[in-house]
Design a binder for this molecule. Structure first.
Ligand SMILES: O=P(O)(O)OC[C@H]1O[C@H](OP(=O)(O)OP(=O)(O)O)[C@H](O)[C@@H]1O
Ligand SMILES: Nc1nc2[nH]cnc2c(=O)[nH]1
Length: 180
């Protein structure tokens, strides 16, 4: 698997340090509230697991699985719910945890949905932000790293469901895309 990677953009240790830093910030911000932290499957799974353990405050976790129509690398903008939340967001302070914001279409949909469901507040925390990909006006409250306008994999992010288990963020060799 590792031989498919052209370049590592963000090393495992950098992700770990950044996650600790964000966790400390969120510990301060949420020490007196009881937020509902929502991980967006599947990509946010590793970040969600590491980030929530870096927050020393009471919180509740839930997961939502949404998928966008279109092929793997170009989103069409339509989002459908594959798995909905178990809990109600009504009156709750919501923190959405994402692995990446690219076009912003997924988060645009989720933020509107949670407001529609009468959440008290909705905040966005993302490990990666790719501002050059933006099609919807979404600004994260906390972003770990800004990445260039390239397709990245690892630490939850896939290409054709592979590479999610890489411990770092990287770019694939071009022949991997050509071969599929
Ligand atoms: O800002 P956008 O352009 O909407 O892209 C961001 C979304 O794309 C990825 O999910 P994907 O739909 O590939 O599903 P996955 O998490 O299961 O891989 C990622 O995890 C975000 O949820
Ligand atoms: N794996 C992966 N999924 C994405 N979804 C939106 N942008 C990206 C990206 O750069 N990589």
């Amino acid at each position: 698997m590792k031989e498919d990677i052209e370049k590592i953009l963000i090393q495992e240790v950098e992700i770990k340090e950044k996650t600790e830093e964000i966790g400390k910030q969120m510990t301060q911000e949420y020490k007196d509230s009881f937020p509902l932290v929502i991980g967006v499957l599947k990509g946010a799974m590793p970040f969600m697991a590491d980030l929530t353990r870096a927050i020393d405050a009471h919180l509740e976790i839930d997961f939502m699985d949404v998928s966008s129509y279109g092929n793997k690398m170009v989103s069409s903008g339509e989002v459908k719910i594959v798995k909905d939340l178990d809990s109600s967001v009504k009156g709750r302070d919501i923190i959405i945890v994402e692995d990446i914001i690219d076009s912003g279409l997924t988060l645009n949909y989720l933020v509107s949905l949670f407001h529609h469901r009468q959440a008290n507040s909705v905040k966005i925390v993302t490990l990666l932000d790719k501002p050059e990909g933006r099609k919807a006006d979404v600004v994260p409250d906390i972003a770990g790293f800004t990445v260039p306008d390239e397709f990245v994999v690892g630490y939850g992010l896939d290409y054709a469901e592979r590479y999610r288990n890489l411990p770092y963020i990287g770019i694939l060799k071009p022949e991997i895309y050509r071969g599929s």
